[in-house]
Design a protein around this ligand. Sequence first.
Ligand code: ZN
Length: 191
Amino acid sequence: MTVRAIAQVGHPVLRRPARDVEPDELHSPRVQQLIDDMIATKRAADGAGIAAPQVHEPLRIAVVEVRDNRRYPYKPDAPLTVVVNPVLEPLGDETYLNNEGCLSVPSLRADLRRHVGVRVSALDRDGTPFVKEVRGLTAGTYQHEVDHLDGLLFLDRVEDSRSFTTWEEFERRHLAEFTRRIAPLGIEEGA
Ligand code: ZN
């Protein structure tokens, strides 16, 4: 596993919609290596997830994994999940005001709306289709990663630019209020 360089905002690969992975391609050593490298890169950077365009590969592959995350200590654990060609479907109309950062956007985080629940339909890294439903902050993570596959960044969804903070100021001045705001989601999370 190799830790790869993470594309930073301004790099065009982050703005190009990624393409679906073909079945044969998924089984190739090149793509299996890419998936291993994405996992290693995400772990090395302490991310909650990573999408292939973030390591300069315009393919519809993302990885989500949260375990005692130092960048997002309030996030509930989410098992290592590789999604290939994922499709998200909102579960109902309910949304919440999340606060997000991104490995491709240094320094800043901000508030934006996410669906409270989504159904994820995808292939796993062996090409086997699966469906899972996720809620709360985990659903936010999946929406953030799939946005990357469509060439979108969380910046594009920020409604109030006054919510931008550095990570340091977020922790100092906004984390407590944010934790109260998302507390009701924790009840849903386990569902
Ligand atoms: Zn991101």
